[in-house]
Write a protein that binds this ligand. Structure first.
Ligand code: HEM
Length: 290
């Protein structure tokens, strides 16, 4: 079979180029994507550096399965439990989507912790990546809150009492604890409103926050580049040079903390004043006549 023409003359390829050019001209999309996607990475980059992306992929999976579940889940105290039963037992592949969402949540928490551990042991949180670490910490808190708020939605005895314990623990925290517990319970007591509150937090508030912070986190990762692993020869060399420069600066410093003025050879005055030449008597230094 003859190969189809996919060269620049092909009308599909031409239209494709035209659309891309049209959008790029108005948005700078190509430059932006190029900045985000293409960059050099350290020679020693390994599988350890894929954990962040794995966490992000799991977040995507949770979002997709969550949207499907939300199409059938009924966030009401009278119907929530029954809607979960319908999803699991009656809907085609409902058990699979629910199972993926449930196990995906646990997997995501494990992977986020592994990613954090990798960042810690690689020393990737140090200057200039402190803010990447801070945004990551917020993502960790939000991931765990997703687990807490999602657990109640099953609305069976185990979920109900486990959440009572978790919220009571929150209430015992100093200063903000009681207020935060009131916000979570939607009042002083657990009740039907608590379910709606948890549903809104689980479906809207935290996913919105996570999307925002993942975007900031990725922007920082793109801007700063991936940190070199501790066994990188280049990193060891740069760090050794920095240490040496620090030690040298300390050696040059006086005990008072002031820096020593560099010693220069004294400038001796000329032994004899040079005899005036005929030209120097004829003109001033500016070259004017006397
Ligand atoms: C939902 C959670 C998270 C997602 C989706 C995420 C995503 C990512 C991705 C895709 C990268 C680049 C690739 C890599 O180094 O693995 C990265 C790097 C990074 N993350 Fe996360 N992350 C999350 C949580 C965290 C947490 C909990 C921390 C620490 C408290 C953290 C701190 C960092 C730091 C410091 C880097 C830069 C690492 C380097 O330059 O080598 N992240 N993250």
């Amino acid at each position: 079979m003859a190969t189809k023409d996919i060269g620049p003359k092909n009308p599909v390829a031409k239209t494709n180029d035209m659309v891309v050019d049209y959008v790029d001209h108005r948005t700078g999309m190509k430059t932006g994507l190029n900045w985000f996607m293409n960059r050099n990475i350290p020679a020693e980059t390994s599988w350890f550096q894929t954990l962040g992306f794995t966490a992000m992929a799991l977040f995507g999976l949770q979002a997709i399965t969550g949207i499907i579940l939300a199409m059938y889940y009924k966030p009401d105290a009278a119907t929530a439990f029954e809607s979960i039963r319908v999803i699991t037992d009656d809907l085609t592949w409902g058990w699979l989507v629910r199972g993926m969402h449930k196990w995906g949540a646990s997997a995501m928490i494990v992977v986020v912790f592994l990613h954090m551990g990798r960042v810690f042991f690689f020393g990737a949180y140090k200057y200039p990546r402190e803010l990447t670490w801070v945004t990551g910490s917020l993502l960790l808190v939000m991931t765990m809150f997703m687990g807490l708020t999602g657990y109640l939605l099953i609305w069976d005895q185990k979920a109900y009492w486990a959440t009572v314990v978790a919220v009571n623990l929150t209430a015992s925290a100093p200063v903000l604890g009681p207020y935060l517990a009131d916000v979570l319970r939607a009042g002083p007591e657990f009740g039907p409103n608590t379910l709606s509150r948890f549903y809104a937090i689980h479906m809207l508030l935290i996913p919105g926050g996570m999307i925002t912070f993942i975007a900031i986190h990725l922007f920082l990762v793109s801007k700063l580049g991936i940190a070199e692993p501790p066994w990188s020869k280049r990193r060891t060399m740069v760090e050794r040079e920095k240490e040496e420069a620090k030690r040298q600066a300390a050696r040059d410093r006086l005990p008072t903390g002031r820096t020593r003025v560099p010693v220069r050879a004294p400038e001796h005055p000329p032994l004899r004043t040079p005899a005036p030449t005929s030209s120097s008597t004829a003109t001033t230094p500016e070259g004017g006549g006397s």
